[in-house]
Design a protein around this ligand. Structure first.
Ligand code: ZN
Length: 441
């Protein structure tokens, strides 16, 4: 492909033929039509569609995967990456993170989210579930980046009515703003932050609003033992029960962390069809002292998916790394090497994530949205190739991704992302200025 030709491929959706890729153990071609849908996948696609395709992407033996789905992030926290590590959770939040966040501007969130989207594209993620502030600006960043997102405003009423009214208004405004954007890649959700930051009335309002608007709910649930004990002291019941009474547990709900659920709560989440987002790196870094009971949740019928959490507590958005950490943490914590095999960890990052966010099937199949990543096999991490899922989870990281396509549009080709240097430069300037403002106040 000439350089000029390469520029053009990034400009819009084109009918694409991806040749010679490994999908589910077979060498196939994939044809993507001009609507951004996988129109055909198999051995005969090249012959059928060669004339229609405006571009041919030579897959060269790469492994083709559905785009990964990150089901719990605070994307603009990329600006806080590496600002404060190795601290007790409460000190970390109150002394470092919250004082800095108090100085965040809409522009910061825009540049931080641009950086996050770029990092996700580079590591093969094509959709994410985000909760933060200034979400109109996050939406603008996602719109320009070309990937998919469910965006929620972090609703925190701190148990006062005055604050609650403001948070309801912010949630309504975001939903209206996103509807106006009318971009099928971007959806709104209600984002009640957690039971220790949102009153019962606030939780109920979010549940009702989400039901009315037919949008999702994004919440943190039982990350620490302390919040479970506090809930029992305040309400006389465990967090799962409280949330269910408020109408928050639904098949449109993504609950992040879920570390300290007991078995009855897992059953409840399963019965309600909740999606549980495992965040193993963040949990280990902040020492939550318990791993999400994936096996109980799965057995109860809950959908288990995977998230990185924000870049201040991970500090990466690489979902390949996260799938490895998930598989290792589950085995270590539950003292059983058979739990969360590679294949299942990969499903959490793809099919299950797509289901949680309502973005397509999370599978490479005809009729599915063309969210496709190509992982090179010309690398140590994929040599030899006994089992692709084993290599992808245990050996590779996002650095092995060469090409990322979302909604049929090529966002990264042969590791090139247009405009990357500027995105990095603007984000690093925003981060520097933010720290300066916080320190001089
Ligand atoms: Zn979080």
């Amino acid at each position: 492909m000439t350089e000029h030709h390469m520029r053009e491929i990034f400009e819009k959706k084109h009918p694409l033929l991806i040749t010679n890729v490994l999908a589910d153990g077979m060498v196939v071609d994939i044809f993507v039509d001009e609507t951004g849908t996988i129109a055909g996948i198999g051995e005969k696609e090249r012959k059928k569609h060669k004339a229609e395709a405006e571009f041919v992407v030579d897959g060269d033996g790469a492994i083709a995967l559905p785009g990964l789905v990150n089901t719990h992030t605070h994307a603009a926290m990329t600006l806080l990456r590496g600002y404060a590590d190795d601290m007790i959770l409460q000190d970390w939040l109150t002394r470092k993170i919250w004082p800095l966040e108090a100085h965040l501007t809409a522009d910061d969130v825009y540049h931080g989210t641009r950086l996050a989207c770029m990092e996700m594209i580079r590591s093969g993620t094509t959709a994410f579930n985000d909760m933060y502030f200034f979400m109109d600006d996050a939406a603008r960043a996602v719109d320009q980046s070309g990937i998919r997102a469910v965006l929620s405003y972090g609703f925190i009423d701190l148990f006062t009515e005055e604050k609650r009214e403001k948070e309801c208004k912010a949630t309504e405004d975001l939903a209206a703003g996103i509807r106006k954007l009318d971009n099928p890649r971007i959806k709104a959700a209600a984002g009640p932050h957690a039971i220790y930051t949102v009153s019962r009335e606030g939780l109920q309002w979010c549940a009702e609003f989400a039901r009315e608007q037919k949008i999702g709910i994004h919440i943190h649930l039982s990350e620490t033992e302390g919040e479970v004990n506090e809930c029992i002291a305040r309400y006389g019941k465990r967090p799962g029960t409280l949330l269910d009474e408020c109408g928050v547990l639904t098949s449109r709900t993504v609950a992040a962390h879920c570390c300290w659920l007991d078995q009855a709560e897992c059953t409840l989440l399963g019965n309600r069809g909740v999606h549980a987002a495992h965040n193993p790196a963040s949990n280990m870094k902040l020492a939550t002292n318990r791993a999400m009971p994936c096996h109980w949740l799965s057995a109860a019928g809950a959908n288990i998916c995977l998230g990185t959490d924000g870049s201040a507590s991970n500090n990466s958005l690489d979902m390949f790394e996260e799938s490895k950490i998930a598989a290792l943490l589950q085995k270590f914590y539950w003292n059983n090497p058979t739990v969360l095999p590679a294949e299942e960890a990969l499903s959490m990052a793809t099919v299950n994530g797509a289901k949680a966010l309502g973005f397509g099937t999370g599978k490479l199949m005809a009729g599915a949205p063309a969210d496709i990543v190509l992982v090179t096999t010309h690398s140590a991490c994929n040599t030899p190739l006994h089992h692709a899922s084993s290599n992808l989870v245990y050996s590779c990281n996002g650095g092995a991704v060469e090409t990322t396509i979302c909604d049929g549009k090529v966002l990264m080709l042969e590791r090139e992302i247009p405009g990357e240097a500027e995105i990095r430069e603007r984000a690093s300037r925003a981060a520097r200025d933010l720290v300066h403002r916080a320190q001089s106040s």
